[in-house]
Design a protein around this ligand. Structure first.
Ligand code: NDP
Length: 452
């Protein structure tokens, strides 16, 4: 008989926390999930899912123009943002309910309240009515995720973050987005697709630092072609707000006047008020919880997964970490996840998906690499008159002949790269790609017909 109230308390009912709880319970563990907000977490309620719904919605403006190229007559085509947000929120309510049911139906308890770690085996939970209870557990999993973070400058409080942007009641006439990472370029595409005068402001020369340079360059060109105004190699010095109009002062002396300013300058681990300093959990420079390959902190009974650890801040990684933790700790299966060849996608317009090394990364890692590249205009974009082109790249290790990277910008890139990621994970050689018969006519077939 355990001396604790639970075998496992999971703090945070996002994608990672929920998977941890469900799988642990399936092995017979007595599990409690504590969530202060709604079950579902960032990805489902404030990130991937609502963002992708709005990406879909924003693409119809271009698709209508494609349709006209294919000789459809389109009259009086207009969007209704307000109704869209209501519909999107209804879908999120449905997903939230699914999360609650997933947790409860798997036999876990769920308490709505903010958890604070008060000792190696204790969590205090403050409920909405301010009642605080204290519960004990053999193991504690922290899966609270991250939150947006802004640089400090005069007037940064006038910026909204991506949570707010997903819930704007009214579409602004103009918006400036600060940053050029995943969130910034994705939201720039959304607002631009809805006809908002969209400005992207960032300090680098090109958006998406760390991605393949040809893909970055192509994204910059495409965003400009689609009407986004790019302000690169600048920072924001100040924002002044007057009667709902924001005047942005840039470091190059220029001013931009817009209705809304959105900050997308990165996210930080959400460790505030978790009690970690008090009990001595080791944190990194950015506040991330430091964990070993068991996702265990320096306190043996306390574990952490997902964005709060700042390893790879992607939902499927958090889910995989939580599942492997449950397998190890409660299922007696000695399983670890691999952080290599994790594919990811940026739902910019055009979209980008990547897996493995870029050519530059490979060279910097001492690999004798060779790059194969294909650039073309997709069949659909011929008659439609759409100018957008697609770029695909394979990076091959010249010594082993293994494909060690694949990169794509163009329609359906996420759908295509997911399959390529399996081949790369399995160690496929360039000759395996070459001997695979293509599916014709498709864009994906270019990955099996690339010659140097
Ligand atoms: P990113 O880390 O992707 O980008 C941050 C951006 O902010 C960069 O352009 C960076 O510039 C800029 N920046 C950072 N600090 C400053 C500063 N002090 N002053 C000016 N600019 C600054 O963060 P995001 O917020 O876009 O996204 C957070 C994470 O969420 C991503 O890394 C990703 O893991 C995840 N995510 C994944 C998505 C997906 O899978 N599709 C979608 C959305 C988010 P610089 O490049 O010069 O450093």
């Amino acid at each position: 008989m355990s001396n604790f109230d639970y075998d496992l308390i999971v703090v945070g009912a996002g994608s990672g926390g929920t998977r941890t709880a469900r799988i642990s319970a399936s092995y017979g563990a007595k599990v409690l999930v504590v969530e202060g907000d709604r079950a579902g977490g960032t990805c489902v309620l404030r990130g991937c899912v609502p963002k992708k719904l709005l990406v879909y919605a924003s693409q119809f403006s271009e698709q209508v123009s494609d349709a006209e190229g294919f000789c459809w007559q389109v009259n009086n085509f207009k969007s209704n943002w307000h109704e869209l947000i209501i519909k999107k929120n209804k879908e999120l309510d449905r997903l939230h309910e699914i999360y609650v049911n997933l947790i409860k139906n798997s036999g876990c308890d769920l308490i709505s309240g903010w958890g604070k770690i008060t000792g190696p085996n204790t969590v205090s939970i403050t409920k909405e009515n301010n009642e605080t209870i204290q519960l004990s557990s053999e193991k504690i999993m922290i899966a609270v995720g991250g939150e947006s973070s802004f640089p400090s400058f005069d007037g940064n409080n006038h910026m909204i973050n991506s949570d707010n942007a997903l819930d704007l009641i009214k579409l602004p006439n103009s918006i400036a987005i600060y940053g050029s990472g995943y969130i910034a370029v994705e939201f720039a595409g959304i607002f631009n697709g809805f006809g908002v005068d969209t400005h992207l402001i960032f300090r680098a020369d090109m958006a998406l630092r760390g991605f393949d340079n040809d893909i970055r360059q192509h994204l910059m060109t495409s965003m400009k072609q689609k009407g986004i105004t790019i302000h690169n190699e600048v920072t924001i010095s100040k924002i002044e707000e007057e009667e709902k109009i924001n005047k942005i002062k840039l470091s190059n002396g220029k001013n931009i006047v817009v209705e809304t300013v959105m900050g997308a300058t990165g996210r930080k681990p959400k460790v505030f008020n978790l009690g970690l300093d008090e009990i001595g959990v080791d944190l990194g420079k950015r506040g991330e919880i430091l964990v070993n390959n068991l996702n265990q902190t320096n306190i043996n009974s306390i574990f952490a997964i997902g964005d709060v650890t700042d390893k790879i801040t992607l939902t499927p990684v958090a889910i995989a970490e939580g599942h492997a933790f449950a397998d190890r700790e409660f299922g007696k299966i000695n399983r670890y996840i691999s952080y290599s060849n994790v594919p990811s996608a940026v739902f910019s317009q055009p979209s980008i998906a990547v897996v493995g090394f870029t050519f530059e990364d490979a060279i910097n890692n001492g690999i004798k690499a060779r790059e194969y590249k294909s650039e073309f205009r997709a069949l659909k974009n011929t008659i439609s008159g759409n100018l957008e082109r697609t770029i695909m790249k394979l990076i091959v290790d010249e010594n082993s002949q293994k494909v060690i990277g694949a990169h794509m910008i163009g329609p359906d890139s996420a759908e295509i790269i997911q399959g390529i990621a399996i081949a790369i994970k399995a160690g496929a050689l360039k000759s395996d790609f070459d001997s695979t018969i293509g599916i014709h006519p498709s864009a994906a077939e270019e990955f099996v017909t690339m010659r140097s």
